[in-house]
Design a protein around this ligand. Structure first.
Ligand SMILES: [Zn+2]
Length: 316
C-alpha cells in the first residue's frame, strides 16, 4: 500500500558538489585556514601550514627523518610481528587485519625504533605510526619500546618517544594492557640509570599510551593543538553529562593546567629536543660527529657515563 511505502524518490538537492578538476594529491586544503596549499610546499615545511601553522599528521618514518641528523638512522627490531595470541575476530579476523595493514603501510607494527644522532647527540627514538591500526599499542609495540629503553641503558644514551596513538590494541586484550606496566618498568630503570627521557605528544595521543609512557617523560612536549587525553571528549561528556570547556584535551589547555611542560612547533622540535637533552647532561662525553649505527655502539660503549645535573633531587 502506497502510504506504507515511499514510492516516490526523495527530493534531490540542487547544490550537488561538482567533481573537482584539481588533480588528486597535488594540492591540499588546510583545515586551519581553508587556504589551498601546494603539497610540495607542505612537505618542505614538515607538513605544517605556512599560512596558519596548522600541524598536519605525519608518519613515523618522516618523523625520524626530520629528527635525526641528515635523516639517517639505524632501525631496530624491524621484523617483530604480532602472533594474534587471542585469535581475535571483530568485524574481521585480527590476523587478516594485520596482514592488510602490513601490506598497506609497509610496516610490521605501529612503532619504528631508530638509533642515530640529533644535533650530534646519540639518541634512541621510538616513533609511533598512527595509520597502523590507529597507532594502537599491542605486544609488539610494547616489546619494541621496552627493548629500545634497555638498549639505551646498555649504551648510556637518552630515549625520545614520539607518541601518536589511539591507545591499547583491543585485539590483544589484557596482553596489550600489560605493555603499560612493562614500558613503565623499563622507564623506571632508565631513570635509575640517570638517563634522560623525553616524550613528544602528537595528534592524537590517547588511551593506554597516555596512561603510560607518553606522560612519564622527564620532559613532556606536545605539538600545537594536539588531542591528548585518556578517554575521548564524547565519552567524557556522556559520562559526566556536562559540556566540556573550549579547547578541552588540546595541548594548550593541558599546558595551562600543568599536565605537560611545553608546546613546541614541529619546525622547532629538533632544536628544542637537542637543547633539552644537552641541558639534562646528554651528549657531553660523545664526540660531536658520532657515527651512526653499529659504529656508534662501540663509541658509546667506551664513553664515560652522562653526568647528572641534580643528583639529590632524583634520588628523593
Ligand atoms: Zn592553514
Amino acid at each position: 500500500m502506497a502510504w506504507f511505502k515511499k514510492t516516490r524518490k526523495p527530493i534531490a538537492t540542487a547544490t550537488r558538489e561538482k567533481p573537482s578538476r584539481v588533480p588528486e594529491g597535488l594540492w591540499v586544503k588546510c583545515p586551519g585556514c581553508a587556504q589551498i596549499i601546494y603539497n610540495k610546499d607542505l612537505a618542505a615545511n614538515l607538513q605544517v601550514c605556512p599560512m596558519c601553522g596548522h600541524h598536519f599528521r605525519i608518519g613515523a618514518l618522516d618523523r625520524l627523518r626530520a629528527l635525526f641528523d641528515g635523516g639517517a638512522f639505524e632501525e631496530y627490531d624491524k621484523g617483530l610481528v604480532s602472533t594474534d595470541p587471542l585469535h581475535f575476530t571483530d568485524t574481521k579476523p585480527y590476523a587478516a587485519r594485520l596482514k592488510a595493514t602490513i601490506e598497506s603501510t609497509g610496516l610490521n607494527d605501529a612503532v619504528i625504533i631508530g638509533s642515530g644522532t640529533i644535533d650530534g647527540i646519540d639518541v634512541i627514538v621510538a616513533a609511533m605510526e598512527y595509520t597502523f591500526i590507529g597507532g594502537s599499542m599491542g605486544v609488539v609495540v610494547g616489546e619494541k619500546i621496552t627493548r629500545a629503553i634497555e638498549r639505551a641503558i646498555e649504551r648510556r644514551v637518552p630515549v625520545v618517544a614520539i607518541c601518536a596513538s589511539g591507545g591499547a590494541r583491543m585485539m590483544e586484550g589484557a596482553l596489550s594492557l600489560m605493555q603499560l606496566a612493562k614500558i613503565s618498568g623499563a622507564l623506571a630503570r632508565l631513570d635509575r640509570a640517570k638517563l634522560p627521557y623525553i616524550a613528544v605528544l602528537t595528534d592524537p595521543t590517547t588511551g593506554g599510551v597516555t596512561a603510560s609512557f607518553a606522560m612519564l617523560g622527564d620532559l613532556n612536549i606536545a605539538e600545537p593543538k594536539a588531542l591528548i587525553g585518556f578517554a575521548g571528549p564524547r565519552v567524557i561528556e556522556q559520562t559526566i553529562r556536562q559540556k566540556l570547556p573550549e579547547g578541552f584535551q588540546r595541548s594548550e589547555f593541558l599546558l595551562e593546567k600543568g599536565m605537560i611542560d611545553l608546546v613546541v612547533d614541529r619546525r622547532e622540535m629538533k632544536a628544542v629536543i637537542a637543547n633539552a637533552l644537552r641541558f639534562m647532561g646528554a651528549g657531553r662525553s660523545v664526540p660531536a660527529a658520532a657515527p651512526a649505527g653499529a659504529a656508534a655502539d662501540a663509541a658509546a660503549a667506551v664513553s664515560p657515563p652522562i653526568p647528572v645535573l641534580d643528583d639529590t633531587a632524583r634520588q628523593a
